[in-house]
Design a protein around this ligand. Structure first.
Ligand code: T46
Length: 132
């Protein structure tokens, strides 16, 4: 089974936890974009697409949510509920996000600027491309 999980080293003291993310250190690409998802509706799943080229590192910095990842051959579900754990999602991985907790905040570091033409939003098209 593919391992998407990345351990992030947190620095913890009596004031709390600090986690640092740096390109080519614990992030395996140059960070060109950061975005975050918040005020999420537990009944409104997100994602349902893959990217042709984009690589992303995903951290649930607060609360929890479930990621479904699919490389075209195998599907796995991963619960994100720890700010010291990240998911590294390479290109050509179908992703869905479900079951957001009320306090869920998902931060994403991306290897490219936003580009709608990089998205594959049709699952059948994804399956055909992933099989090549
Ligand atoms: C992913 C998950 C975790 C922008 O204008 N700029 C951006 O950087 C992004 C990511 C999106 N948008 C626009 C495109 C749509 O009109 O914001 C709207 C919502 O985007 P989308 O439906 O792609 O959002 P999610 O939550 O389904 O997926 C996003 C990322 O697109 C995706 O790559 O892995 O978050």
């Amino acid at each position: 089974m593919k391992n998407y999980s990345v351990d992030l080293k947190g620095i913890s003291d009596n004031r709390g936890l600090l986690v640092s993310l740096e390109s080519f250190k614990n992030v395996p690409f140059e960070i060109k974009r950061v975005y975050y998802l918040c005020k999420l509706d537990s009944q409104a799943p997100r994602g349902f697409h893959a990217h042709k080229n984009l690589k992303q590192l995903v951290v649930c910095v607060s609360g929890s949510c479930d990621f479904l990842l699919d490389d075209g051959k195998e599907k796995i579900q991963i619960t994100l509920n720890d700010p010291t754990k990240a998911l590294f999602i390479e290109s050509m991985i179908w992703r869905e996000m479900h079951n957001f907790s009320k306090d869920c905040v998902v931060m994403v570091l991306a290897s490219e600027h936003y580009d709608e033409t990089d998205y594959i939003r049709d699952y059948e098209v994804f399956k055909i491309k992933a099989a090549k």
